[in-house]
Design a protein around this ligand. Structure first.
Ligand code: SAH
Length: 367
């Protein structure tokens, strides 16, 4: 028999010892296991890469985020000591582009300390190289809770989709948690718990409660959203969260595995492909707001980037070059970022902001 990948062996051992493994625990091990998890062992953007994110599509994305941060700083009264926190910075590209663009706001860069929250040692090394000369001190942390107190601007792009979700399937007598078992052929397979989750209906939005039998509902832990809200409410500041997902809670399976830019099987080769699921912005925003901050949006990524002036930025980049190939590249990147059609991230991706009640409406979120 062939040797199993180490994480699969561990998952099988746990199922054999404790019974079917809930989807949330499986996803958490696959992504974040400290020895064999996808993010702990891979650079998803590396040679060939598994996927591409907005900051890697074009510098314009990070630049818009930089303008947003600088405008929020101004709105906060230009404090002389501000933490810039990024959750899940990937290669550090967005922060690098953002801090370069924020130079247009005099004084901003002299007042900031950058805090990156990252679990992947491989990506942390990348971020160190990329942010070497940004002109501000940079510190790394494994969790948001480890970042020292103080007023902050928090940004996160494609971070929350990588946090584990749980799934339940609607049956005749209620919702049953979905789990992973070892089937009769000895393969990892989905199953559902025999007993329904007690009082699960109470947790569900009304629209989902009436979903037909067989429907799947996904939910995430509210913990990081609540930590974020608590921090902003206590210390002041604002947050910008961009991710793909739906504006309103809904039934439906969105959990997916991606490797080498193609969909992969969720249960084969755990730990070697990326697992993500839509962000349920309604649930996420409620969690953050419950801690006493105001929430704004979600806007589509397209609306948000246009409001910040991405069209003007693209035009000025194009005006700087005489090379038609560069112009084509800029146009293609712009389309990818803001098109609401099939090729684009413009509609599926959404931007939400949160702010301490004293701050008012963050830039771009005016109604
Ligand atoms: N923001 C980047 C990367 C997105 S990929 C971009 O847009 O390109 C998700 C990022 O979150 C990676 O950096 C990954 O290592 C990190 N990550 C995933 N789970 C995490 C967790 N639980 N805590 C901290 N970082 C995490």
């Amino acid at each position: 028999m062939s040797v199993l990948p180490p994480l699969e062996a561990e998952i099988r051992r746990r199922i054999a010892a404790a019974g079917p493994m809930p989807v949330g625990e499986y996803m958490s091990l696959c992504l974040a296991d400290s020895e064999h998890g996808y993010y702990t062992t891979h650079d998803p953007f590396g040679a060939g890469g598994d996927f591409i994110t907005a900051p890697e599509v074009s510098q314009m994305f990070g630049e818009m985020i930089g303008l947003w941060m600088a405008a929020v700083w101004k709105q906060m009264g230009a404090p002389d000591n501000l933490r810039i926190i990024e959750l899940g910075p990937g290669r550090g590209t967005m922060m690098k582009d953002a801090l370069r663009a924020a130079k247009v706001m005099p004084g901003f860069r002299d007042t900031i300390v950058v805090h990156l929250v990252e679990i992947s040692p491989a990506l942390e090394a990348y971020q160190q190289r990329n942010l070497e000369s940004v002109g501000a001190p940079v510190y790394w942390h494994r969790a948001l809770a480890e970042v020292p107190a103080g007023p902050a601007i928090v940004v996160a792009n494609e971070f929350f989709d990588a946090l584990p979700i749980n799934q339940a399937v609607k049956g005749e007598h209620g919702w049953h948690e979905r789990a992973i078992e070892i089937d009769e052929q000895g393969r990892l397979a989905f199953t559902t718990a025999p007993d329904p989750l007690p009082r699960f209906d109470l947790l569900l939005p009304a629209a989902v409660r009436n979903a037909p039998e067989g429907s799947i509902f996904e939910w995430r832990s509210d913990v990081i959203g609540m930590e974020l809200g608590q921090r902003l409410a206590r210390d002041g500041g604002a947050a910008l969260v961009i991710d793909y997902g739906h504006a309103e809670s809904a039934a439906g399976e969105t959990l997916q595995a991606v490797g080498r830019h193609a969909y992969a099987n969720l249960l084969s080769a755990p730990g070697t492909v990326d697992l993500t699921a839509h962000v349920d912005f309604q649930a996420f925003m409620a969690a953050v707001e419950s801690m006493g901050v105001n929430g704004f949006g979600p806007l589509t990524q397209s609306q948000f980037l246009r409001r910040l002036g991405i069209l003007t930025r693209a035009a000025s980049l194009k005006a700087k070059t005489a090379d038609p190939a560069v112009v084509t590249t800029i146009d293609a990147a712009l389309k990818r970022l803001i098109s609401e059609g099939e090729v684009g991230m413009g509609a599926l991706f959404k931007a939400a902001a949160f702010a301490h009640p004293s701050l008012g409406v963050p830039p771009g979120f005016e109604s």
